[in-house]
Write a protein of this length. Sequence first.
Length: 76
Amino acid sequence: MPIFEYKCRDCRTKFERLVRAGNGAAKVKCPKCQGARTDKLLSTFAARSSGRNGETKSGGGKSCGSCRATSCRGCH
């Protein structure tokens, strides 16, 4: 089940909610004020996968972010 982020239009509270398959269109109420005027927010996500010898894959042998190493093994 995916976790979605929402923001209440009434009290401006940001919150997360687990949404079951098939209930994606159901209206989500704010946990603070119980308001039904909520908006689904666009979220970012991170994914990590391990290669051989426990190295983290960073795409074509290039370093990630501000790291200068060619693999995450050099960062540990």
